[in-house]
Design a binder for this molecule. Structure first.
Ligand code: HAM
Length: 418
């Protein structure tokens, strides 16, 4: 039997890994420049953490989680996202005693049992960050700036920022009543999920993905028109900050986000290049989540970005980079003694951080040359008995064919300058 990668998973091959590594380094650098520090959280958590944190009326929790019983009889879930785990860690490790805001970023895999399509996988990667303890709109503008700066550093343009406010429990309660009054005459014609959401969480009905319901949803009252004074002021504050920094945005009253923990600011960065979903990055404020998870009441805000979607976007914009050549020089050898010298030189070079290769496959001299050419290694040195007796080798630059005589004991120094 030939095995294949599981549906919704994929290998990231050496031919593409440099793009991932560049994105990872760039994201970490940008986060560091804003004062964020990396956190690494476990891949699985107890199931209840997500049910409670993400919300038990969300698609993620009701339909998409990889949940199983472990050998100790515990219900375990592979993380479908990072926020719930980071919040757990924040509380468990007493981070509320640190200077606020506590700024954390992460680079994780996440798992959702979703229908496969372009930009949508069952195992995917997220760059994300969470910030705890700041309640004003400054931090909302800060985390949006992180994404903006990151996109610029990745050479990406024209990724549209959509923002909205979905209010706080005060305005949400009043709005839910309004929404229920609006949906009541239609609910029996709506999808099964929406019928269940009507009583439990009518706001989630705005996110209905079933076409038949769309027009009803489209004409529903908009939360942004019913914000309480504090939430309105917060949203105006965010807009003023984005205007001041010079980050353009569109107000999109239809963003409600697919997870239950959000309050006030929600936002998405969208592009047509990444499949029907279009969202490269999504996030928002979750002022009640730390308290809900039995930590000290603490405002929070964050985002996560799908790395596969980010790279699809980079590819569509022609912003992917060439594969770098890590190996700088190939040392071909023409005899057993020459091979030992080549091994010795490679050993010294690697200690000096210079990438080099010599034959490991018992190739003939001709085959070694062919291999080095095929790999595109930029420099070549050939060691035979003559080179061993003179103690000097010619280093050939493959780009222009020029040859430079170099002492064997000076080769490391010579290559260090290349
Ligand atoms: P989310 O919107 O569920 O938010 O996911 C964030 C991003 O992850 C999406 O915009 C998308 O790029 C990517 N993504 C989600 N599902 C898939 C999938 N099946 N395949 C590929 N990419 C996917 C969250 O996860 C929140 N935890 C974000 C957040 C952090 N909010 C506050 N803090």
């Amino acid at each position: 039997m030939r095995y294949a990668a599981q549906k919704g998973t994929k290998d990231i091959l050496p031919s593409e890994i440099h793009n991932w590594q560049l994105a990872e380094r760039t994201f970490a650098d940008v986060c560091h420049s804003f004062g964020y520090e990396e956190i690494r959280i476990p891949t699985f958590e107890q199931t209840d953490l997500f049910q409670r944190g993400v919300g038990d009326t969300t698609d993620v929790v009701t339909k998409e989680m990889y949940t199983f019983e472990d050998k100790g009889g515990r219900s375990i879930t592979l993380r479908p996202e990072g926020t719930a785990g980071v919040v757990r860690s924040y509380i468990e490790n007493g981070m509320s005693s640190l200077a606020l805001p506590v700024r954390l970023f992460y680079n994780i895999t996440a798992f959702r049992y979703e229908k496969m399509q372009k930009g949508r996988y069952r195992e995917f990667h997220q760059f994300g960050l969470e910030s705890f303890g700041a309640k004003g709109p400054d931090i909302d503008a800060e985390i949006i700036s992180v994404v903006d700066v990151f996109f610029k550093k990745m050479g990406l343009k024209n990724i549209a920022l959509h923002i909205n406010s979905i209010g706080c429990p005060t305005c949400r309660n009043a709005y839910n009543t309004l929404l229920k009054d609006y949906f009541r005459p239609h609910v029996s014609t709506m999808c099964e999920d929406c019928q269940a959401r009507f009583e439990k969480n009518p706001l989630r009905m705005i996110d209905c993905k079933v076409d038949g319901g769309k027009n009803i949803v489209k004409n529903a009252p908009r939360l942004i028109d019913h914000l309480c004074d504090d939430c309105r002021e917060h949203f105006e504050g965010l807009k003023a900050r984005l205007d001041g920094i010079g980050i353009s945005y569109t107000i999109d009253p239809n963003i409600v986000r697919g997870l239950d923990y959000y309050t006030r600011t929600v936002f998405e960065f969208v592009s047509e290049n990444v499949g029907t979903q279009g969202t490269i990055c999504g996030g928002g404020r979750y002022d009640g989540l730390v308290g809900l998870m039995e930590g000290p009441e603490t405002p929070g805000i964050g985002f996560a970005m799908g790395v596969e979607r980010l790279l699809l976007e980079a590819e569509a914009q022609g912003a992917l980079s060439e594969k770098p050549s890590y190996v700088k020089i190939y040392i071909a050898s023409m005899s057993e003694n020459a091979k030992i010298e080549a091994l010795k030189l490679c050993y010294s070079m690697r200690q000096a951080g210079i990438g080099c290769e010599t034959d490991m496959a018992g190739r003939s001299f001709k085959a070694q040359m062919k291999y080095a050419g095929k790999q595109g290694i930029p420099f070549l040195a050939v060691i035979g008995d003559d080179e061993l007796s003179t103690g000097e080798v010619k280093v050939k630059c493959m780009a222009d064919g020029s040859e430079t005589p170099v002492k064997l004991d000076g080769l490391v120094e010579f290559m260090a300058g290349k």
